[in-house]
Design a protein around this ligand. Sequence first.
Ligand SMILES: *[C@@H]1O[C@H](CO)[C@@H](O)[C@H](O)[C@H]1NC(C)=O
Ligand SMILES: *[C@@H]1O[C@H](CO)[C@@H](O)[C@H](O)[C@H]1NC(C)=O
Ligand SMILES: *[C@@H]1O[C@H](CO)[C@@H](O)[C@H](O)[C@H]1NC(C)=O
Ligand SMILES: *[C@@H]1O[C@H](CO)[C@@H](O)[C@H](O)[C@H]1NC(C)=O
Ligand SMILES: *[C@@H]1O[C@H](CO)[C@@H](O)[C@H](O)[C@H]1NC(C)=O
Ligand SMILES: CC(=O)N[C@H]1CO[C@H](CO)[C@@H](O)[C@@H]1O
Length: 771
Amino acid sequence: MYPFLFLLAGAAAFGLTGANQTRPLYIGGLFPLSEEDGWSRYFGWASLKATERAIADINNSSEVLPDYEVVLIYNDTEGDKVTALNMLYDHIYTPPVKVALMGSVLSSVTESVGEVASRWKLVEVSTAGSSPVLSDRVRYPYIYRVLTSAAGFSHAEMAIIHRFGWIKIATLHETVEPHVGTTIEMQRLAESNNVNVIAAESFLSNPYDAVQRLKDKDARIIAANFYEGRVRKVFCSAYRLGLYGPRYVWMLPGYYADGWWKVPEEGVTCTPEELKKASEGYLTIMWSQFGREEVNTIAGITPAEYRRQMEPVVGWNLSVSGRGLTATAYDGMWALALGLHDAQQELGRPLDSFAYGDKEYADIVSRNVQSQKFQGVSGPFGFSELGDRVGTLLIEQNKNGVEEVIGTYDIDNNVISWLLNTSDIWYYAGGKAPFDSDNTETQELLQSTPIAILVTVWVLCGLGTIFAISFIAFNVWKRQNRQVKMSSPNVNNLISVGIILAYLCVALMGVDRSLVEDKAFQILCTVRSWGLALAFTIAFGGMFTKMWRVYSIVIHNKTKRKVIKDHHLFIIIGVLLLVDLAILIPWQISDPMQVVTEKVAVPQTDEDVALYRKFVELHVKCTSTYDTIWTMALIIYKAFVVVFGAFLAWSTRNVNVPGLNDSYYVGLSIYNTVICCVVVVPLSILNVSSMGVTYALVAGFLLLCTTMSLCMLFIPKIIAVFRKNAVSDQVNFTGNRVGASSRPNPGEPPSQQALCSTIPTDSKGNSSATG
Ligand SMILES: *[C@@H]1O[C@H](CO)[C@@H](O)[C@H](O)[C@H]1NC(C)=O
Ligand SMILES: *[C@@H]1O[C@H](CO)[C@@H](O)[C@H](O)[C@H]1NC(C)=O
Ligand SMILES: *[C@@H]1O[C@H](CO)[C@@H](O)[C@H](O)[C@H]1NC(C)=O
Ligand SMILES: *[C@@H]1O[C@H](CO)[C@@H](O)[C@H](O)[C@H]1NC(C)=O
Ligand SMILES: *[C@@H]1O[C@H](CO)[C@@H](O)[C@H](O)[C@H]1NC(C)=O
Ligand SMILES: CC(=O)N[C@H]1CO[C@H](CO)[C@@H](O)[C@@H]1O
């Protein structure tokens, strides 16, 4: 095709110029070469050097524009819109006439320059200019750019979002082009793909507040767009706010310099290590800047050879995934030259016949530039109808501070080709793609008493019950024995019954929600709160009244005879029980027990975080609205009885009333109960650790105490009975053995009544010791 055109064009040119071989074709260049903030000038420099190299190759080519010598006249835009416009007017008003423009690089600059240049009908090839705004063919009919519109980044990001099934994303952008346009494109794509943008935050210079808002909205998948000048601030904010790590995915444009995190920056309080940590694993979308296939290109050499040759020209190393516009600008210049070349035939007049405002010329050249397709040093080259470069985008990932290519995105077909196993992308998240929202699974752990503890306690309760029953049986069996007769066996039996009830309650305390249904559990709760209160009153009331009888006999023996019979004791126990009922019945009626489930969050371990789970413990308990008040009333009442009982026991500690031979042991029993209450009550109120431990401790103590009381009451008696001891009729005051005159006949034990009425009389003469 070219040789043919060459013949035609060559003939035409020859005809026009006679002996003159070539005519200059001026191209105006606008490059940022001294830009202040320090990074776009590298792009400007690379673009300039690549353009010059392309022009040299084009001029040396006998096939492309053989009649013309392409001449580049360039100016420095300083990366600034106003300077760039100034330079554009300088190009326009200073001869010679430029037939096209190269450069302007930055999106913001290209937007201004492009709009003005279009009025002058100048075709422009921008060596970057990724702003999606430039795809507007009404405002920018003659702009072509060698990079895909940054909107393509959004398409690639959406393909990633789609691939991993996320439906909630957030956007963050710096409020300048191309970031605004890219973000708008992302939001548009999200809407058409049914992806929910849960947060869309922007910032001008300080991103901290915007990142804070992302955090507040629980953003996990963040599509961010900003220049390198903001990247350290963004990741420092992310570090400070914890918006990094295995739960987050950051997707960024990929044109930041390698090792950006090492560069110190004023106003950034994070260390390079912190920035590196916060930015670990982010994904970037990047233009493929160098051809990846080792094929012969328009330059006559392979992309690798081109890079090798250009390294000394630009002054830095060029790698296949490197930055810079060294290859794209070269291909862009070629596209422009080929477009001009192809336009000659259609135009029917020399290419240097252009005058500013020549719409026909511009339209024809523009159309021919747009249709160029060739194998460039930046990969397969071509323009879309909107003047955007078509081709491949690279998906890269920041691993240990270095960006690695992990996949490519084919814009035309909307297809990602991964260069690795997709699970490897999430190396920083345990090999699993992070969730787009808080997908932490809450697992409920119903707290229950371990069955081993339960069975152990039940067995012990059973043994205790058998023990208590055998004591009752013993009392019945030996009811004629004096030892037994004199120890008020009926009261002792009642104590045993109370203790059996206590064993039952201890056994029931272990039954939890894991064993029974809600309804049964509620009944169980009521039963055991009643049972425990009554068991205590029956068992302790028995001891208490016995003690009280001893006390009465000893204290009142001087003044009057007291006849205290067993039924008096039963009446007192009955009164104590009535007090219990006076609390329990109103409680039951006005404020019945309810089954309440408390959820207690368990702190997440690192493993839980990695596995997206957290645990809550379910503590099922019985409680009622004024539970504390009722319980306190019971406890205070019982504490009063216990303290009073202890006082009685202490007052009569040295009294040995022979007819009431077990007062010493009853006293011990009471002390034992006091100690028990002091330990068990706080233990059961404070939930020390797990339910099992609490239950084991409380049940263990209760069993110990009740069993000890039981043993103290009965074992001495059994021993006594089996030793066939005679009942001592001595009354021992203050430890001294004093006279015992009216010792009853061992053969005929006195009745309880007799005992109670005679003993004080017997000891009357010696009562001064206590009086
Ligand atoms: C070709 O013509 C141009 C003007 O059209 C002139 O400036 C240049 O010197 C000529 N070159 C030769 C080799 O004659
Ligand atoms: C120009 O092209 C010829 C072959 O067509 C080549 O030998 C020569 O080295 C080229 N010169 C430059 C400066 O590229
Ligand atoms: C633009 O560049 C040309 C050629 O280098 C130079 O003559 C001209 O003065 C420059 N224009 C401005 C405004 O600096
Ligand atoms: C370029 O690469 C060479 C080896 O590949 C290395 O020795 C040199 O330091 C690099 N230069 C720069 C500026 O990175
Ligand atoms: C990807 O990695 C997973 C886990 O390492 C492995 O099971 C799977 O076969 C791999 N797939 C490919 C295509 O390599
Ligand atoms: C063959 C030819 O004309 N080469 C020229 C192409 O353009 C460059 C720069 O404009 C000149 O240096 C070459 O001599």
